[in-house]
Design a protein around this ligand. Structure first.
Ligand code: GLU
Length: 562
């Protein structure tokens, strides 16, 4: 009589370790009460998805704020979907966003920690120990279905309108005797290994999710594949082994895994492993035409984290945005703790949204604007330089050529109580300030500038060029920005009045034809002459930064065209 033990030995003759050996090799972690061990377990299948950044950031925060451990495990058992090198590049991107593991996979040649290996393809023997055990207790079995048989089974089940899969009466090989199975293997028949479920689809099980609260789930009855023909386990099984032996306390993962939770629970219980806690994170959604849908790799540029780096959203703003979608009370906390580091905020599972976090690029922008406005100009200049080096060579060359010039520009209306908030990302900066650079200014077509002024709402009128010219010459003759802004503006007002640009709004409104325009229009002409555009940072400071010579050269180059 052959036994399940014989079957297990036939399949894994070289595996001599036992589960007990593994328990000893990976002892329980010695951590203070309440400390969480969390992980991020990406598959190396491409770029870093915004949803993955969200999951990893929040998981790492839970570990850090509880004095626990956050580790990274590379889930590379699906070799068909693997993209060469993407594991390492995921890690690099995470680092850019400030997510750094205490432990785990760092690169293909480097990992830290005592619970490794952290790359699943290097853990094949560990999985085999557990599978061998399951076979020996009759809870896993070799399944000899061919692909053709499986697709036939699927058709049959479709026709019978029953739940598809290998379970119960549809699991042809689950009740083979060890002898029968051994004979088939000895005959060279191909097989994979399935878990033998004892569940019943009609039963409900209760479970408490850290975010979703008490749940009622349908018990698993599927004999899922745990070991594939390539010698590697499937996700379901690898997750069980790894989260157990790496001593994860809370499995934080996307809610797309919630439907397979009953499988995982049955696996844990069968092995007598203590169940970890689970927190299924909301999927990041987007509103399109009034409907919610998942942020999609194919349709949405912002599904890839690289989008935010390319566009130059500052990492500190973006992380803060992710915190606002993680916990509904984050913003309130932020507003009353402006001087604190955002990581001083204590995240909690019960403040996480259940029905999908809504992604909102406008909100990303408004948070970034707010944060960028309070950066020191020199810090911001460093950030912009690093960004431009990678994404805007033209700007980068100018920055390196004269960094102080950029710092001065960025400093306009900065260090004050209510600073200007005109940049939401690094890529916004150059288009707004490029006129400061002479080559850019010289390239502006001076013949197409718009010298009209508003007469009344929606109606514009031409101002005689000779008047503008006289005004600008007079402005240069009396040029003085070595006084405070208010005095400068008062002088400008007097000069503008002289050329019939009035300070009296009401009078202008009633009789616009009595005037050439308003004071603001006259100031606008100076702006247009200096920058070739109608919107610029505060013109008083623009002049100080450009210096008198450049101011005069620019005004003269404009007047020449009149
Ligand atoms: N490798 C899985 C994924 O990328 C991880 C799921 C988990 O965190 O357990 O979706």
């Amino acid at each position: 009589m052959k036994t399940y033990n014989d079957l297990a030995n036939l399949i894994f003759p070289d595996i001599n370790l036992t589960i007990d050996d593994l328990e000893k090799r990976y002892p329980k972690r010695n951590l203070p009460e309440g400390a969480m061990v969390t992980r991020f377990a990406p598959s190396p299948t491409g770029f870093l998805h915004t949803g993955s950044l969200f999951t990893s950031l929040i998981s790492s925060r839970f570990a850090k704020q509880s004095g626990g451990v956050f580790y990274i495990r590379l889930e590379d058992t699906d070799t068909k979907r693997e993209i060469e090198g993407s594991g390492e590049s995921l890690l690099k991107q995470l680092k850019v966003f400030g997510v750094e593991p205490d432990e785990g996979y760092l690169s293909d040649s480097k990992e830290i920690g005592n619970y490794g290996p952290y790359k699943q393809s290097n853990r094949a023997d560990i999985y085999k120990v557990v599978i061998k055990h399951l076979i020996s207790i009759g809870r896993a079995y070799p399944c000899f279905y061919t692909q053709e048989e499986l697709s036939e089974l699927r058709k049959k089940q479709e026709a019978e309108k029953v739940i598809p899969g290998v379970y119960g009466i549809y699991a042809k090989y689950r009740d083979l005797t060890p002898e029968e199975a051994i004979n088939k293997i000895n005959n060279g028949e191909n097989f994979i290994i399935r878990f033998k479920s004892m569940g019943d689809h009609n039963n409900k099980i209760k479970f408490h999710d850290e975010i979703r609260g008490d749940l009622e789930l349908t018990e698993n009855d599927q004999d899922i594949v745990i070991y594939k023909s390539d010698g590697l386990p499937t996700y379901h099984f690898a997750h069980l082994v790894d989260d157990h032996f790496m001593r994860t306390t809370v499995v934080t993962r996307g809610e797309e895994w919630l439907p397979s939770l009953p499988i995982h629970l049955e696996l844990f219980d069968t092995l007598g492993f203590e169940r970890p806690k689970y927190a299924h994170f909301p999927v990041i959604m987007k509103v399109e035409n009034g409907n919610r849908r998942k942020l999609s790799k194919r349709k949405d540029a912002e599904a890839a984290c690289s989008f935010f780096l390319e566009q130059g959203y500052p990492v500190y703003g973006f992380i803060e945005y992710l915190l606002t979608i993680a916990n509904s009370n984050y913003e309130e906390w932020r507003n009353s703790n402006l001087d604190k580091d955002f990581y001083d905020f204590k995240l909690s599972f019960d403040k996480m949204s259940l029905d999908g976090a809504l992604f909102d690029l406008e909100k990303v922008e408004s948070i970034s604007k707010e944060r960028m406005a309070y950066r020191k100009a020199s810090d911001l200049a460093n950030e912009v330089e690093a960004w431009a080096k990678e994404y805007n060579q033209e700007f980068y060359n100018k920055i390196v050529n004269n960094k102080d010039f950029l710092v001065n520009i960025l400093n306009i209306e900065r260090e004050k109580d209510n600073p200007r908030k005109d940049y939401a990302k690094y890529s916004d900066i150059y288009p707004i300030i490029s006129f400061f650079y002479d080559d850019v200014f010289n390239n502006i077509d001076k013949n197409t500038l718009d010298w009209t002024v508003m007469k009344s709402k929606g109606e514009f009128k031409e101002v005689d060029k000779s008047i503008i010219k006289e005004f600008l010459i007079d402005y240069m003759n009396n040029y003085n920005v070595d006084i405070d802004e208010e005095s400068w503006f008062n002088n400008l007002k007097d000069l503008a009045n002289k050329y019939k640009f009035t300070s009296d709004r009401k009078a202008y409104k009633n009789n616009p034809n009595d005037f050439n325009g308003q004071v603001g229009d006259a100031a606008g002409f100076i702006r247009l002459a200096l920058a070739g555009r109608k919107n610029t940072p505060n013109i008083y400071f623009v002049q100080k930064i450009l210096g008198k010579d450049k101011v005069f050269n620019r005004i003269n180059s404009i007047i020449e065209k009149f």
